[in-house]
Design a protein around this ligand. Structure first.
Ligand SMILES: *[C@@H]1O[C@H](CO)[C@@H](O)[C@H](O)[C@H]1NC(C)=O
Ligand SMILES: *[C@@H]1O[C@H](CO)[C@@H](O)[C@H](O)[C@H]1NC(C)=O
Ligand SMILES: *[C@@H]1O[C@H](CO)[C@@H](O)[C@H](O)[C@H]1NC(C)=O
Ligand SMILES: *[C@@H]1O[C@H](CO)[C@@H](O)[C@H](O)[C@H]1NC(C)=O
Ligand SMILES: *[C@@H]1O[C@H](CO)[C@@H](O)[C@H](O)[C@H]1NC(C)=O
Length: 284
């Protein structure tokens, strides 16, 4: 419905990775926020009026309007009642749906986080949709793809037979592939500027979305503190469930065994604000 579309505001989940990231990240954040802005604009412009003209008889099927959900007034703008083209929401018709996007860097555990989300029967997170190049080739294809997802017409393994209450996707802040198959040699001259750059990038991204409802998640918090996942479910306003993932950690063992020149890195980070990263060993 036009009114729902008017109030299109996405909820944002941000995952921050304490790792270094490539140089192009800032540009990607900027581009992403521009795309988001454009998308929201184009959604606002696209007010579809549905008319049944022509023909001798005009039959209008009027469905009983849904009862307004029991939520605060400020939250009304965040709930939607999608009408998928590919199937009928039937008994779920009056279950409000919230839209979200997970913004994340590579190798930040967001894939694992997403499998946890998808183990919830009311949540559908559709993965890194825009890793397929043709879908991000221009603004029309991006809008079309997002429309399909948020209208629940994107049928994947993440689609639910239950009533979906939160639907979203994952968007990488950088498209660069940093595969951790080998032991990286970290440049000790660049590590501190790089860490600083990621910090700035994250601060900027948060500023772009400062007026959008969001929750910030740290990988460390999800690992160490399982009540964080309850916070996420509260944020998405879905009933609390025990979330599980079958993903396994690729890198086992201590951090010192993962980096070729660990001793140099240790010397470089000692006494800096980033010293705590040296002790960030996590067990799952
Ligand atoms: C956008 O890209 C799609 C797929 O590459 C193409 O078919 C379409 O013509 C493009 N539209 C515009 C407006 O450039
Ligand atoms: C979750 O799905 C169940 C089963 O379809 C449904 O009864 C329930 O209302 C849904 N919860 C929400 C918050 O939509
Ligand atoms: C580290 O990066 C700097 C700046 O890009 C470069 O000059 C230097 O050669 C690099 N060191 C190593 C060991 O690769
Ligand atoms: C959000 O950030 C902008 C600058 O990007 C700033 O002008 C505005 O005051 C901020 N709003 C809030 C609520 O912090
Ligand atoms: C775990 O997270 C909750 C909020 O989700 C917080 O209140 C609590 O203090 C955290 N516990 C630890 C041990 O960090």
């Amino acid at each position: 419905m036009a009114a729902d579309i008017w109030h299109f505001i996405k909820d944002i989940l941000t995952i921050k990775a304490p790792t270094k990231s490539p140089l192009a990240l800032r540009m990607v954040v900027l581009t992403f926020s521009m795309l988001c802005g454009l998308y929201i604009c184009s959604i606002c412009l696209k007010q579809v009026s549905i008319r049944t003209n022509g023909g001798l008889i005009n039959i209008e099927v009027v469905q009983r309007p849904c009862e307004p959900p029991k939520i605060e007034a400020w939250e009304r703008a965040y709930v939607h009642y999608p009408q998928p083209k590919t199937f009928s929401r039937a008994e779920c018709r009056c279950n409000p749906v919230r839209y979200f996007a997970i913004l994340s860097t590579q190798r930040s555990g967001s894939g694992w986080f997403e499998t946890l989300l998808n183990s919830h029967s009311n949540v559908s997170s559709n993965g890194e949709i825009f890793s397929v190049k043709v879908r991000r080739s221009n603004i029309s294809t991006i809008v079309q793809t997002l429309d399909n997802i948020y209208n629940l017409d994107w049928l994947t393994s993440a689609s639910k037979n239950e009533c979906t209450a939160a639907v979203g996707l994952k968007w990488m802040l950088n498209q660069a592939e940093i595969l951790a198959r080998y032991k990286p040699m970290i440049n000790t001259t660049l590590i501190i500027p790089n860490l600083r750059q990621v910090e700035e990038m994250t601060a900027k991204a948060l500023q772009y979305f400062n007026s959008t409802r969001h929750i910030i998640l740290y990988y460390e918090d999800i690992i160490k503190n399982r009540t964080k996942l309850l916070d996420v479910q509260d944020f998405l306003r879905v009933p609390q469930m025990d979330l599980k993932s079958r993903q396994v950690k690729i890198h086992k063992g201590s951090l010192s065994q993962q980096v070729e020149n660990w001793d140099d890195i240790q010397n470089t980070l000692k006494g800096t604000p980033y010293e705590s990263f040296l002790h960030s060993d996590y067990k799952m």
